[in-house]
Design a protein. Structure first.
Lengths: 393, 396
């Protein structure tokens, strides 16, 4: 079957009051951006929904798949367009549609017909009855069920007529660009790309920071992070990735501070640097992939210590997720295979065999006093030597 | 300075090979199976390459099967010979330090019902003949031993091995993985008692995706890639004519200058080893031990492959050292894969009973004929500069 149009329904943004226009515009922009490479689609806002007119030739499956990556879309319905609105023609086309769409006729249905043009000779309730009758007559195995139909067939008569009955779920969430911008701390692991995806789903634009520690982490580890940023950019839009050379800071902490506190102190400096970069990039929040208790540095006590260095809010969308739940999302967004490439493990040299799991903030702060001599300079250097990679797919 | 010391991983294609490749790719691009002139011109290149190789190995043209490289040659030799001769027996012997392209096909055969025995090697990376002979049985069909070990550069006395095993069991087939040896050693399979010999092109400045398997006349091997019957039915698939032609040129070039090349690389090797041993906390695998018996370094080095040096650095993770060298433009391999990620395969260092402290801290340096003394000296200087820093930051 050939669908000349797609109907996009958005749940949540429909209820926004006076902001609704801007939300709808943002969603249209996102849809246009996503569909750009697939052909000349026309995206129009009308009456609480978005209508996409498709080009004469396009790849239906690829288009739907792409739309399912657009945050803010609640559902997509492929629409058959009937050029002539003569009632007999509409009836014939609807019967053809039902036949092709549902080869097995054992289903219950209801017709939901509307006329937008009040001059159309048949009133809406009459259209429902007439069409229902025609379907029952043509396909005797079908049955009407007004309350819980298996197939809800919608007919809209405007200057042309539109039929649709299928509802394909969308990604949900809010359109990117409607919620501000945040800085994602992106490692090469499973969690942080998922965290970025989830925050972006709430309409947040994402920038990212990765801490590179050559020669302890390899070029391949860095490439992996770039690849991950590209993968999530399919959902989040283009991502500016800041690559911070962290080696000297890491080594300095290693030399000055108790070894079992290394990871905590390191993370505190990562947060500090990320916050500085966030300020620079006009972000108003940080995003991490932390989840309570997953590793020593993610106990509540540890989170308390890392959190203390930031004045910006830190968003942790995975905070109450189990690992398997995170893995499931990672697989859904095609990041998993990249995340589990083994390059990152090779820098375990710095991880203590028994890192602190219940650090006390005052103790950590006291250890950090030993860094006073050089740390500001090292942080400054790290900030001045950031490598920026624009990641888009 | 950029200094590529990873020639055992792969080499740069030589100018001669490149010229040949572009000639065939752009001009004589035909399919040798085509009946017309264009096909025939392509076929000439395959024939010429085969002849060059036959001259080097002193063998017949029907004994060479072109493949996609070392891995395929090893697979064809092991799986093909085992399947073709399984009536005679189902026992295979190989060593504990083989490359994955021998090890994994052998495991594959084990799953098919073959029995596999692994023979021990000594601390110098040489097959323990007593161990090998004690494993040999009447139903042993195949013995596979590498000529030069890819990780530590040890050299097996393949002719002696062949003689010993064939004395005990004349029917046994002897396969030699010569991927690191071809181009660096004189190899005459007939004289050395080799039935099957695997070679790869890209280790000798030839193109990637090129290689061959020598199959002694009369040895039965079942083809493992079946189709249009190319390579006398042994290896179907349209011949990779440019790669085959390039392999021929690369082989000729290596053997035209064999002695000079060997001499040059041995000198580089001795220079590097001397430098390495002057650094504290180093251990040159298969060399340091032998030196304790107060032999001359030159004599010891002459017992090994000219292009591979494997050295352990106490207190440094090889992975980290590798990337630190990389930052300075020195490209090497880690001697054994990061043990936390790959527990099983890399067996050479374990097989030669290397001390635990070197298992995860070994680096392989490997040269080609174009490697210079300056590069060796630069690598040594860089090591001297990096090691004290890296050793300060160990995992506690």
């Amino acid at each position: 079957m050939e669908y000349k149009a797609l109907l996009v329904k958005y749940g949540e943004i429909g209820i926004k009051g006076k902001n609704r226009g801007s939300f709808e515009r943002a969603l249209c922009t996102q849809i246009e951006m996503h569909l750009e490479r697939l052909g000349q689609f026309t995206v129009v806002r009308e009456q609480g929904r978005i209508f996409i007119a498709c080009p004469d030739e396009y790849d239906y499956d690829e288009t739907i798949e792409e739309l399912q990556k657009v945050f803010g879309i609640h559902a997509i319905s492929p629409v058959m367009v009937i050029e002539s609105i003569d009632w007999d023609n509409i009836t014939a086309e609807v019967l053809k549609y039902v036949d092709e769409k549902y080869p097995d006729k054992h289903f219950t249905f209801r017709v939901n017909a509307k006329r937008a043009d009040k001059h159309y000779p048949i009133e809406s309730p009459d259209m429902c009855c007439k069409l229902g009758e025609s379907i029952l007559h043509a396909y005797p195995e079908t049955k009407v069920d007004i309350h819980t139909p298996q197939v809800l067939l919608t007919l809209e008569v405007r200057n042309r007529a539109y039929i649709y009955s299928e509802t394909i779920p969308g990604a949900g969430g809010m359109p990117i660009g409607t919620a501000g911008k945040a800085m994602l701390l992106l490692s090469g692991g499973i969690d942080s790309p998922v965290a970025g995806y989830m925050i972006a789903k709430r309409g947040v634009e994402i920038e990212a920071t990765y801490f590179h520690a050559p020669p302890y982490t390899s070029e391949r580890a860095k490439q992996k992070v770039i690849d991950l940023a590209k993968i999530i950019s399919a959902y989040c839009g283009p991502i500016k990735l800041n690559i911070v050379n962290f080696t000297d800071i890491q080594l300095y902490i290693y030399e000055q501070c108790p070894h079992e506190q290394l990871t905590i102190i390191m993370r505190r400096y990562m947060m500090k640097i990320a916050e500085k970069l966030a300020d620079k990039g006009k972000c108003i929040g940080l995003v991490t992939g932390e989840s309570i208790g997953q590793v020593a540095s993610q106990t509540m006590q540890s989170l308390n210590c890392t959190n203390a260095v930031c004045s910006m809010p830190v968003y942790r969308p995975l905070i109450a997720f189990d690992k398997q739940d995170i893995v499931d999302i990672s697989q859904k967004i095609n990041a998993f295979e990249t995340s589990i490439q083994p390059f990152e493990d090779c820098c375990t040299i710095f991880v203590a065999k028994h890192p602190v799991t219940h650090p006390i903030l005052s103790g950590i702060e006291k250890s950090e006093l030993k860094l006073a001599e050089k740390i500001d300079e090292l942080v400054e250097t790290a900030l001045n030597t950031v490598e920026v990679v624009e990641c888009r797919r | 300075m950029e200094c590529y010391l990873d020639n055992a991983a792969t080499t740069k294609v030589s100018d001669n090979v490149y010229a040949k490749l572009s000639e065939v790719y752009l001009k004589e691009f035909g399919n040798p199976s085509s009946m017309h002139k264009v096909g025939m011109e392509a076929e000439k290149h395959v024939k010429a390459s085969r002849e060059s190789i036959c001259k080097i190995l002193k063998c017949e043209s029907s004994e060479i099967v072109f493949t996609s490289g070392g891995t395929e040659s090893n697979n064809m030799a092991l799986i093909g010979a085992a399947l073709a001769n399984n009536r005679q027996g189902k026992h295979i012997i190989t060593t504990r330090m083989e490359h994955a392209s021998v090890y994994n096909p052998v495991l594959f055969l084990e799953n098919l019902g073959f029995e596999v025995s692994f023979c021990e090697v000594d601390e110098n990376g040489i097959v323990d003949m007593d161990s090998l002979l004690s494993l040999l049985r009447d139903d042993t069909v195949l013995v596979s031993v590498m000529f030069v070990n890819n990780e530590v550069g040890s050299v097996n006395p393949v002719a002696d091995i062949s003689k010993a095993i064939k004395e005990k069991n004349p029917k046994v087939l002897f396969h030699v993985d010569a991927i690191q040896a071809f181009g660096k050693f004189t190899i005459v399979p007939k004289k050395m008692g080799i039935d099957l010999l695997s070679v790869s092109g890209h280790k000798i400045h030839g193109p990637k995706g090129s290689g061959f398997l020598y199959i002694r006349k009369g040895v039965k091997v079942k083809p493992i890639i079946n189709g249009g019957g190319q390579e006398s039915g042994m290896r179907s698939g349209t011949e990779n004519v440019p790669a085959i032609a390039g392999l021929g040129v690369a082989s000729e070039d290596m053997y035209n200058n064999l002695e000079a090349n060997r001499k040059k690389m041995f000198a580089l090797k001795t220079r590097l080893i001397n430098g390495l041993m002057a650094i504290e906390g180093t251990h040159v695998h298969t060399i340091s031990n032998r030196l304790e018996n107060s032999e001359e370094l030159d004599e010891i080095v002459a017992l090994t492959a000219p292009h591979i040096v494997s050295c352990g650095f106490e207190g440094v993770r090889s992975e980290v050292l590798l990337h630190a060298l990389e930052e300075k433009g020195v490209y090497v391999s880690s001697g054994s894969a990061c043990s936390s990620n790959h527990p099983a395969i890399s067996g050479t260092l374990k097989a030669i009973k290397s001390e635990q402290k070197y298992l995860d801290s070994t680096i392989r340096f490997s040269f080609c004929v174009n490697t210079t003394e300056e590069e060796i000296d630069y690598a040594l200087e860089t090591l001297k500069e990096l090691l004290p820093v890296l050793r300060r930051f160990r995992r506690k």
